[in-house]
Design a protein around this ligand. Structure first.
Ligand SMILES: Cc1cc2nc3c(=O)[nH]c(=O)nc-3n(C[C@H](O)[C@H](O)[C@H](O)COP(=O)(O)O)c2cc1C
Length: 154
């Protein structure tokens, strides 16, 4: 399965999570890691499973580096029917009202455009000091097993 990991970050945690996740998948999957700052919406297709890893800034906003991608999605409104994605948010529960909202916004927009989310929303809390890469790897193992269950029920 081709897996395209797209990260949005300001201080690097999202990139670290993306790289650690890619390393954990390298054996057995065709994996690429890209910065959302360098990705255009035309890249999103049904030819891969897209894994979005994205932090939160401001008052529940996406990081600056991911804003052009998000804005292009909202403005061009591509039909993403058939696209599968998983999403992992980075945030800090210190921000009680907006914890992880950047990734929630991005996920909601992708679903609004017809893409199908697989697995649960992942969320890393910077207040816990849990290594972000480990959290992403553990979360994605659950995503893969839920996909296996969905394709081979019972
Ligand atoms: C100025 C600032 C604002 C932030 N705002 C939020 C927020 O509203 N909600 C949230 O969950 N986390 C917030 N965070 C926490 C970051 O999302 C968190 O530290 C994350 O791990 C950063 O990941 P990155 O290095 O990939 O950007 C904020 C951090 C900073 C420095």
């Amino acid at each position: 399965m081709k897996i395209s990991i797209l990260f949005g970050t300001e201080s690097g945690n999202g990139e670290l999570a993306a790289e650690d996740l890619a390393l954990s998948l390298a054996d057995g999957h065709d994996v690429e890691v890209r910065d959302l700052a360098e990705v255009t919406v035309e890249k999103i297709s049904d030819e891969a499973l897209f894994v979005f890893i994205c932090s939160t800034y401001g008052e529940g906003e996406l990081p600056n580096t991911a804003l052009p991608f998000y804005t292009a999605l909202s403005e061009t409104r591509p039909d993403l029917t058939g696209v599968k994605f998983a999403i992992f948010g980075l945030g800090d529960s210190f921000y009680t009202e907006t914890f992880g909202h950047g990734s929630l916004k991005l996920g909601a927009e992708l679903e609004e455009l017809g893409a199908h989310r697989v697995g649960e929303f992942g969320r890393h809390d910077a207040s816990t000091w849990e290594p972000v890469g480990e959290a992403a790897v553990t979360w994605f193992a659950e995503v893969l097993s839920s996909m296996r269950l969905a394709s081979h029920p019972g």
